[in-house]
Design a binder for this molecule. Structure first.
Ligand code: GDP
Length: 527
């Protein structure tokens, strides 16, 4: 008996988990990703992801900046199977390569894994990425890494999560010792211990225990660590938060796991627990209400466009998150903004850097569509309908530069380039009221580099960027705006839709302006 399309979609949705790993550079994201892929058999050797990271410059396929810096400018997607699940990991680029794309990629994830270095705790980039996830109210799972090194006290780390990120935490396991004394972790959910062998850095055994004072722990860890463990666990039982899946689902409580990615310690337990607790592809909001993933009609939206993966061909790949239905290669769908039907004949999926052609895909999956220039970030595709998703928020720029053209004769191409790159979401553009200067706003320095590069490569225009001292942008809603009020450590500008925006040099200037204009509304992003 053949399975109906509906049942097939329900089954596939049930299997899927789509998430992003958020971390500050060096916390171990590449290492953890690699271990996860190894469990899924998606890569054969340890070191492949790492090698990819290091040898990117060797591949001719990536844009010049990537080659020069050996980084992935835009993030890719990795898919693997484990224990009947199909897992999509969205790779969010790290430090210098941070950009609005990083934030947008997070909208395509149904939950996030927050990776923290036990010695460093919550770091700046973790905070930024966390905030974007937190605004969406998605579940966040925490993996505290590098337990084989001396680090912060676990209670202090939990306190830090609450103080810095405002999220409560519930440890799913608890370290027995740390650094050179690391003996293992105590699994609070299953009442078992996973024992770590410090000599050859491996897991030696997973054992059920009767209680906290089990002899196996005492034998392995000695009296001092065992007594401390018992005291810690008893304190957690009495004073800690109870595990509560509802709260986890709403992103109010983060389950915390301790381990060591490079030693593959605690990673498998983490993966298994994570797969049980993480949400399957979630319903998504559209202009006409909620779209259930199990709806038979295919829908999705473009969250990222990767330009110039191959400079020789100028091809672009539009990354689409499938929200409902089944994707079949060659299917026709409506490109809602353009108001016409298009055929999806060349979709690609990305495992690491290899491109595979996909025949079918389901909600939660990400497909890369060949883009001859018809897509914009945020575009919705919908089968036999006009579903429009509003998943993509805009982000408040934090870095600003004045842009000028080097050769005035290229004015026309320059304007065209700015218009198109703004539309694509590469940069945000502002104009000063007084001199009609053009100011670019971004969230990551890399966006400037991509802008400069693409202006030169695609529009033949050399531009000059001059960094400005502004740090904040606020959109102002005020019936009687008075430009003279925004002069000190700030500048009044307009965005491309002629909304008033004030750029501030520091928080003090911003607060003062707010106090002086009590009737005006100051918004982080465009209204
Ligand atoms: P990313 O920048 O977040 O992708 O971090 P990497 O995965 O490249 O890791 C950064 C460094 O931390 C590398 O030298 C790793 O070998 C190291 N590392 C990763 N996990 C662990 C761990 O569990 N323990 C220790 N001691 N080092 C680790």
């Amino acid at each position: 008996m053949s399975v109906s399309l509906k049942d097939e979609i329900i089954q596939e949705v049930e299997k899927r988990r789509t998430f992003a790993i958020i971390a500050h550079p060096d916390a171990g994201k590449t290492t953890l990703t690699e271990k996860l892929l190894l469990f899924g058999g998606a890569i054969r050797e340890a070191g492949s992801v790492k090698a990819r990271k290091a040898s990117r410059h060797a591949t001719s396929d990536w844009m010049e900046i990537e080659k020069q810096r050996g980084i992935s400018v835009t993030s890719s997607v990795m898919q693997f199977d484990y224990n009947g699940h199909r897992i999509n990991i969205l790779d969010t680029p790290g430090h210098q390569d941070f950009s609005e794309d990083t934030y947008r990629t997070l909208t395509a994830a149904d939950c996030a894994v927050m990776l923290i270095d036990v010695a460093k705790g919550v770091e700046p980039q973790t905070i930024k990425l966390f905030q974007v996830c937190s605004q969406r109210g998605i579940p966040i799972f925490t993996f505290i890494n590098k337990l084989d090194r001396e680090g912060k006290n676990p209670f202090d780390l939990m306190e830090e999560l609450e103080r810095v990120l405002g999220i409560r935490s519930v440890p799913m396991n608890w370290p027995i010792g740390m650094g050179r004394d690391l003996c293992g972790v105590y699994d609070r959910m299953k009442n078992q211990v996973e024992l770590f062998n410090g000599k050859d850095h491996s897991t030696i055994e997973v054992r059920k225990v009767d209680d906290y004072n089990d002899s196996i722990i005492r034998e392995m860890a000695g009296d001092f660590l065992t007594d401390q463990l018992i005291a810690d666990l008893e304190l957690l039982d009495v004073a800690g938060d109870q595990f509560d899946l509802e709260k986890v689902s709403r992103g109010e409580l983060t389950p915390v796991f301790f381990g060591s990615a490079v030693n593959n310690f605690g990673v498998q337990t983490f993966l298994e627990n994570f797969l049980q607790l993480a949400p399957k592809p979630t319903p998504r909001k559209s202009e006409d209400g909620i779209i259930e993933p199990t709806s038979e009609k295919f829908t999705g939206y473009v969250f990222k466009i990767q330009a110039n993966m191959n400079p020789a061909h100028r091809d672009r790949i539009a990354f689409l998150r499938i929200c409902s239905g089944r994707f079949d290669r060659g299917m026709s769908v409506k490109h809602v903004r353009a108001g016409k039907d298009i055929k999806l004949s060349q979709p690609q999926q990305f495992l690491a850097q290899d491109r595979d052609i996909v025949e079918s895909a389901y909600p939660g999956d990400i497909i890369g569509l060949f883009d001859p220039g018809i897509f914009r970030i945020g575009d919705s595709l919908s089968q036999g309908g006009n579903v429009v998703f509003n998943e993509l928020p805009t982000f408040s720029p934090e870095i600003f530069a004045k842009v000028t053209i080097k050769n005035a004769l290229k004015q026309k191409q320059y304007q065209k380039g700015i218009d198109q790159l703004t539309e694509e979401g590469t940069i945000q553009v502002f104009r000063t009221i007084s001199f009609d200067d053009t100011i670019l706003g971004v969230v990551g320095q890399l966006q400037f580099e991509v802008f400069e590069y693409r202006m030169r490569a695609e529009y033949g225009v050399e531009v000059q960027l001059q960094r400005m001292t502004y740090q904040f942008a606020r959109w102002i809603i005020d019936d009687n705006i008075d430009p003279s009020k925004f002069r000190i450590n700030s500048a009044l500008v307009k965005d491309k839709k002629d909304n008033y925006v004030v750029l501030f040099e520091n928080e003090y200037a911003m607060r003062t302006a707010m106090e002086k204009n009590p009737t005006a509304k100051f918004l982080d992003t465009a209204p």
